[in-house]
Design a protein around this ligand. Sequence first.
Ligand code: GDP
Ligand code: MN
Length: 385
Amino acid sequence: MLLKIHEYQARDVFSRYGLPVPPAKVATTPEEAEAIAKEIGKPVVVKAQVLVGGRGKAGGVKLAKDAAEAKQRAKDIFALKIKELPVEKVIVAEAVDIKTEYYIGITIDRDRRMVVLIASPAGGVDIEEVAEKTPEKIAKVWVDPLKGVDQYAIREALFKAGFDPAFVPKIAAIHAKLYDIFMDFDCCLVEINPLVITTSNELKAIDAKINFDDNGLFKHPELKAWREGDETDPIEKEAHKRGVSSYVRLPGGNVGIIGNGAGLVMATMDEVKRAGGNPSDFLDVGGSATSDVVKNALEVVTLDEGVKGILINIFAGIARCDVIAEGLLKATQSMDIRVPIVIRMQGTNADKGKQILAGTKMIPVDTLPEGAAKIVSLITKGGAA
Ligand code: GDP
Ligand code: MN
């Protein structure tokens, strides 16, 4: 899954790589914002720290000429909801006088299966819109993983796209640093929008965005800590600590959902809903449903006290139902599960899997609708399996 970090965290990474990021600090109250602005002693910008884009348009980015105004702007911003998200933190950063706003970023081109550097002289705005309406204003340079970034190719692309030639070598060097970040942290996206030229002709990165692939999270304890520090739901926190990284809690649900494959899990949630139940989570155990993985998944799901039953949906292609059944058996033997478990298993060695589970408390079914109906009826009857 995609893992996002906040702008202030991404700025921290950028600074460490020597990118020109104006000084900034995090505040959780208007008073703190005021104190930071006082310390900076210059005009500042107060910015909502929420994990969505378009904060500027939503009123989440405000300039302030002094500390008193920074306090007021922070107060306004804390009162906002940006795309449904409450604002719990803001940053107060030294403001810059902008002459030009550029876009530079790096992502993965899935069609070419390569990392691609993207740049546009039309920065500050939604880059997807630029790509759609004025594609000539977007430069792309694909990176050969063995050669790394080719400075000459970037410079040529920047010239062609209409960047100010005087700044092209410096911007190309910034792009190379973004590539280092991209590779070092297993990113999906690294972006500066906008990268600005100030009225005193300096380059500054005034926004910072980094998205990661959480499959690489185990390699980066720092990112893991950031993610955990941001979590507010205690069960999600526990799940991610145990390596059940895909778990998403849906508060108020009564049916725990476990499956292998994101699409399958979503279909399972839909079917439970249709049968009159309420999914309590999204949990994809992925391809390797070993007994440890299954045990952790079951334990995490049942941490939610609203859960009155569990529906497990396994489609075994490369995985094997008998291996998964053994995993389930081993996991449940050492656990005290007080709610009924219905399991739909299909695919490789499904019959063997069902044999293994025969005589246990787990109830095997053949189809998903059958499984959803079964778990919902067991819950509404209020009886244990
Ligand atoms: P986003 O809307 O979530 O992408 O937030 P940004 O950090 O990109 O800020 C949105 C816009 O606010 C930028 O494109 C700038 O036009 C403006 N902005 C942000 N920081 C400053 C600043 O220090 N000075 C000035 N003059 N404008 C700023
Ligand atoms: Mn931005």
